[in-house]
Design a binder for this molecule. Structure first.
Ligand code: GSH
Length: 321
């Protein structure tokens, strides 16, 4: 088993900000040493780590509650010290229960930054992944809401559109997942998840604009054979060939991957189950992207049980059949 020692990273919004040497790297599953590297080098370490190195260990145990999908520590591997937790790269977060109509509101506008989500919402998931990948678990508190039995205070006192995600920060509440992932990336510490390179920036904007049309093309194909979604996945495959410095949309991992991940997480098992259509067949870049995303713990901690996702999509999209 290979272990990749990645160095402390000079990431961050200001040149003076640095990851503390002993802090975990949010989207890797590798060990950390204390050398400082320039950002570009560190990013290539990430890439190397996510493409060429085996994680130090992996989990195969079942959760009692499969929803959200978050495997517990296997007893034998449970770390006893912070550094052993970091050396596995797996930072287990205890997820709070969803608040419902019987729950009291949190002390809104008390200075705490809160991310209101639903464990099942793909839009909220984008923001949750961003928060995790930037290592902001201690800075942004998750407040899950039960959307089926919503507390009235949510609409009245927190976010009048009554949707998730919403971010309470600096005495304001903002919504819209694509705005929020950019907001978190630029207003909080942690590795930058949006490129500086103009060509990558432009492509990022194109891909973020395409996502609604991607979603509509795929979901409208559910009524037919499913294979009509092929063109949308071909577009994804083509997009993934554009930059060769990594397996992600912009080469390196970015907000674009985060924006697409929750939807591909749903489309992949649903089309396979219901239409017997494997979106990765003949699409090697997409297959690799899925594999690489599934190594990213900032993302995997937010994933839902695929069986539950399929069932929920069946109810939502196949109810007419
Ligand atoms: N465009 C919004 C969509 C958010 C959204 O539709 N969230 C759903 C849950 S997945 C929601 O809160 N629905 C509640 C409702 O519409 O009443 C975004 O990107 O954040």
């Amino acid at each position: 088993m290979a272990v990749c020692y990645i160095s402390g990273i000079g990431f961050g919004p200001s040149p003076t900000f640095q990851y503390s040497p002993n802090r975990t790297i949010p989207f890797s599953s590798n060990q950390i040493t204390t050398t400082t590297l320039p950002r570009t080098k560190a990013l290539s370490c990430f890439h190397h780590a996510t493409t060429s190195v085996q994680p130090t260990f992996s989990f195969h145990c079942k959760t009692k509650t499969h929803f959200p999908f978050r495997p517990p520590w296997p007893a034998s591997n449970k770390p006893t010290t912070i550094s052993s937790a970091m050396s596995s790269g797996y930072v287990q977060e205890d997820l709070p229960p969803a608040l419902d109509s019987t729950s009291d509101p949190p002390p809104i506008f008390d200075g705490t930054t809160r991310l209101y989500i639903s464990y099942t919402c793909p839009y909220a998931q984008r923001v949750w992944i961003t928060r995790n990948c930037k290592g902001l678990q201690d800075k942004i508190k998750l407040v899950p809401i039960d959307l089926k039995n919503r507390p009235t205070w949510y609409k009245e006192n927190v976010y009048p559109p009554n949707k998730v995600p919403a971010l309470e920060h600096n005495n304001e509440v903002k919504g819209e997942s694509l705005d929020l992932i950019k907001y978190i990336d630029s207003h909080f510490e942690g590795p930058s998840l949006f490129p500086d390179d103009p060509a990558k920036k432009q492509f990022a904007d194109e891909l973020l604009s395409y996502i609604d049309s991607f979603y509509k093309t795929v979901t409208s194909s559910f009524k037919g054979e499913g294979t009509e979604a092929g063109i949308a996945f071909d577009n994804i495959e083509t997009a993934l060939t554009k930059f060769e410095d990594g397996p992600f949309f912009l080469g390196q991992f970015s907000l674009v991957d985060i924006a697409y991940a929750p939807f591909i997480e749903r489309f992949h098992p649903f089309l396979l189950d219901v239409k017997k259509y494997d979106i990765t067949l003949g699409r090697t870049k997409l297959a690799t992207w899925i594999e690489e995303m599934n190594k990213n713990e900032g993302y995997t901690q937010t994933r839902c049980d695929p069986k539950e996702l399929v069932e929920s999509y069946k109810k939502r999209f196949m109810a007419h059949l």
